[in-house]
Design a protein around this ligand. Structure first.
Ligand code: NAD
Length: 268
């Protein structure tokens, strides 16, 4: 069997292994978003989707994608606005009554903090980055728990800068480290309810969030040159791994960080 991404996707989608599963996807900004790749694979595998958008400005980009995905729930969600995440879960409770998968694929830091040295980061910038990129995942887990009485899967997007110093990743390094640690503690706390918690760590991908990092093109070039597989990953690659983690194939996996980076992170 050829192992090219498109063939892998085709093979995987025939199984409809997520038929009957309900998945919340937070983090689609446009068709380049990692969350969109995940939502597309979840849908192709048979899942019903709840899709959120950040605000009215984002709505016009996300709505056509939510329609194409046949999302049953389409709701605003700015995790920094009091009550919005809660409202999404209320809508899920009223519409579906339960939830199987919740994907958190969001990150934010004010531009000056993101592009400056960690040592110069402001109190406010660090707090905002930590709240939106990490603590909102914990809040999402808290809201998902009562809707997953028979278990479920929580997924968060991390990056290699969590464990190794990646020049220009700056304050997002410690923020993603906290996110990966939160994944471990949530996996421990929710394990007896069969709620599995995973971090997925993609290699660099050209998205809007990534365009905020200084010299991001250098990371892309290095990834192609240094990754054993010798190609960039795409959003379908991340979606396939995220989907795998939600299936019984991964039923004894929890709390770890799964890299989808063509092997880049094994290199010295
Ligand atoms: P993206 O810009 O497409 O997605 C980022 C999302 O975060 C957007 O949908 C945006 O609306 C959302 N967001 C920002 N602030 C928010 C808030 N207050 N409330 C709700 N949503 C908010 O970029 P992406 O690269 O797909 O990023 C998704 C995740 O993947 C992020 O956690 C990012 O750190 C991670 N990641 C990205 C890369 C990469 O190279 N692109 C690599 C590894 C990990």
């Amino acid at each position: 069997m050829n192992d090219r991404p498109t063939d892998r996707t085709q093979t995987a989608i025939q199984s409809k292994i997520l038929h009957g599963k309900r998945a919340l996807v937070i983090g689609i900004a446009n068709e380049h978003s990692i969350a969109y790749g995940c939502a597309r694979v979840f849908r192709q595998l048979g899942a019903d989707l709840a899709v959120t958008y950040l605000n009215e400005k984002a709505r016009s980009y996300v709505e056509p994608l939510a329609k194409e995905l046949g999302a049953s729930i389409f709701a605003p969600c700015d995790v920094a606005q009091n009550g919005q995440l809660e409202a999404v879960f209320q809508q899920i409770r009223e519409t579906w009554g339960s939830l199987d998968i919740a994907l958190h694929s969001i990150a934010f830091a004010p531009k000056e903090d993101l592009q400056g040295r960690l040592v110069d980061s402001t109190d406010e910038g660090f707090k905002v980055a930590m709240d939106i990129s990490c603590h909102s995942f914990i809040r999402m887990a808290r809201l998902a728990e009562p809707l997953m009485p028979e278990g479920g899967t929580l997924l968060a997007m991390s990056y290699h800068g969590a464990t190794k110093v990646v020049p220009n990743y700056n304050l997002m390094g410690p923020v993603k480290a906290a996110l990966e640690s939160a994944v471990r503690y949530l996996a421990y706390e929710l394990g007896d309810k069969h709620i599995r918690v995973h971090a997925v760590s993609p290699g660099p991908l050209k998205t809007r969030a990534a365009s905020g990092l200084k010299d991001f093109d250098v990371l892309l070039t290095e990834a192609i040159e240094r990754a054993p597989i010798g190609e960039l990953v795409d959003i379908d690659d991340v979606g396939l791994t995220a989907a795998y983690l939600t299936t019984p194939f991964a039923r004894r996996l929890t709390g770890t960080t799964t890299y989808v980076d063509g092997g880049l992170s094994i290199m010295a």
